[in-house]
Ligand binder design. Sequence first.
Ligand code: FE2
Length: 236
Amino acid sequence: MTTRVEELEEVEGASLDPPYDYPAYRSTALRAPKRPFLVLPAGLEARSAPVFGEERLGQLDADLTRQHPGAPLGERIVVAGRLLDGEGRPIAGKLVEVWQANAAGRYAHSVDDHPAPLDPNFTGYGRCLTGPGGEYRFLTVKPGSYPWANHPNAWRPAHIHFSVFGRSFPERLVTQMYFPGDPLFPYDPIFNSVGDPSARARMVSHFDLELTEPGFALGYRYDIVVGGRRPTPVDR
Ligand SMILES: [Fe+2]
């Protein structure tokens, strides 16, 4: 089994994942490794990823609109898709976690001091396990764009953070899902730190009429691919 790094080396010049240090995304300089990588013990790639027990999930964990007494403000959306391996095979029974800003672009987190309103009916965290076909589904509200301090007048495109494990430890993936046609794409250094246009496109969800709930919520489809030659890019 080849690792993600080996696959990258095989595809000469490919930029499937963003560089560890991407100057336009300033905080990557603080996180980028300063020392050579350690070589992992042989066999680690075959070790199974953690398994999260179904009994630890609450009934409303995947419905971010029903975690408080009232309904959150904003545009209700269904976000759904499949977790797939590099050959397109579904990965069942794995934990999918999401976190996001509210409809006004504010995180319910102590370090977010963006002067937009918090929503007492929205925390912005959800989780679920993938089904037999690798499928997952969340009901939430569309997150707002928000400003950040990376550079003057910097704004993030609307996005939802995703964390998944594939079948093994090297298939750990933390990424961001975007919405189609966002006008902020050309200005966002995080989105553009993924150099390959087709890899960038794999971070963008698709509007899907089949996923909508008539009269209630719009639907966006987002498949997550771990491993292989067309993986979903990671977030640095
Ligand atoms: Fe974010």
